[in-house]
Design a protein around this ligand. Structure first.
Ligand code: SF4
Length: 345
């Protein structure tokens, strides 16, 4: 069945013949990885993500309910999505999220269900998460120092997060650590994180600081992946590991250990040519790129009774507005994007 889709940026119509076409953009990139934010709320106040006070959360009725998340997950998996990552805010704060994980993990055709969390609930939930089908977890942890943890997150939860990481590994969840490196804040811990990776036989992913609405980003506040890697190479012998065309992180084994380090260089060495990611915000808006504003509300369409075909048209239109790559760093003003906590990274 052919569906003619008015293409926003391209000014010509495009024929959508198969389900898979729905997830293919004008540059031929197939989007088989969906990041779903299940809440805009968080129990941390990380300095590069949100203000200490005055956060206004979205009313519950504006947030996708579990049935809507499940419907959209099935819709996307039927069209080729093979990996779903649950994000937030802090996804583990969403009441009943373990049930949602169980329902999503059972969707036929979904190969991998993952979670990004600040780790505060992992110690108590890790075993259940593994049992209900979660495969992997990325824990956001920007420092190994108690005093600095308080400084960055404005919360005193480091011991609980470290316990959560151990519990996740013990439960058999593939566990990685996400570290946003900030000059003058935690860049002096790069080697310590390398040692942490070796000691705990896990992957530490160093992420370049990225611009989002109201996070005080500027180019001088970016420590490049090249700089981070060079510092690590002063201390460790790194062996590059093969990575897929869509992988955002370039991964390295630390010789002589089971530890790994990885680099997410969105700012200085982007990987847009192989981009396979779509994002769904907690209130059901679809984003074709981390740095493009949301284009359409799938929540509203669902609540207006839209069919899957109509959802497909909306997703296609969103993808037709996707650029081949984000613009160069310096002229990258984030006036019309969302805050990090609204996007879910
Ligand atoms: S910047 Fe946008 S297009 Fe580039 S890799 Fe990230 S999400 Fe994809």
């Amino acid at each position: 069945m052919d569906v003619m889709v008015p293409c926003g940026g391209l000014r010509h119509n495009r024929t959508v013949t198969t389900h898979a076409d729905v997830l293919t953009d004008q540059f031929g990139r197939f989007h088989d990885y969906l990041r779903v934010s299940i809440t805009d709320r968080c129990n941390f106040r990380c300095v590069y993500c949100m203000p200490e006070e005055g956060m206004v959360w979205q009313p519950r009725e504006e947030i996708l309910n579990f049935e809507e998340i499940e419907r959209l997950a099935r819709f996307f998996v039927e069209r080729g999505v093979r990996k779903i990552r649950l994000t937030g805010g802090e996804p583990t704060l969403r009441k009943g999220y373990l049930n949602l994980v169980e329902v999503l993990a059972r969707i036929p055709g979904l190969n991998q269900l993952a979670l990004t969390t600040n780790g505060t609930r992992l110690a108590q939930d890790a075993i259940t998460l593994r049992m209900v089908g979660l495969a992997s977890v990325n824990v956001s942890l920007d420092t190994l120092r108690q005093d600095r943890f308080l400084e960055i997150t404005r919360r005193n939860e480091l011991p609980g997060v470290l316990q959560g990481i151990e519990s996740a590994q013990a439960a058999g969840l593939e566990t990685k650590i996400n570290v946003v490196v900030l000059p003058g804040v935690n860049e002096d811990e790069i080697i310590h994180f390398g040692e942490f990776a070796c000691k705990h036989s896990l992957t530490v992913r160093f992420i370049e600081f990225m611009p989002f609405l109201d996070n005080g980003w500027n180019a001088e506040r970016v420590v490049s992946s090249a700089e981070i890697r060079s510092r690590l190479c002063d201390q460790f012998e790194l062996r590059p590991l093969a990575s897929g065309a869509s992988d955002v992180a370039r991964e390295y084994a630390i010789n002589g250990s089971e530890g790994r380090v990885a680099f997410v260089s969105s700012v200085t060495d982007s990987f847009c040519s192989g981009c396979n990611r779509l994002r769904l915000t907690a209130d059901g808006q679809i984003k074709s790129c981390l740095f493009l504003p949301p284009s359409v509300s799938l929540r509203d369409l669902i609540r207006e009774g839209a069919s899957d075909e109509e959802l497909g048209i909306a997703v296609q239109k969103c993808l037709d507005g996707k650029w081949s790559a984000h613009p160069p760093m310096r002229n990258w003003a984030q006036r019309d994007n969302l805050t990090m906590v609204q996007i879910g990274g």
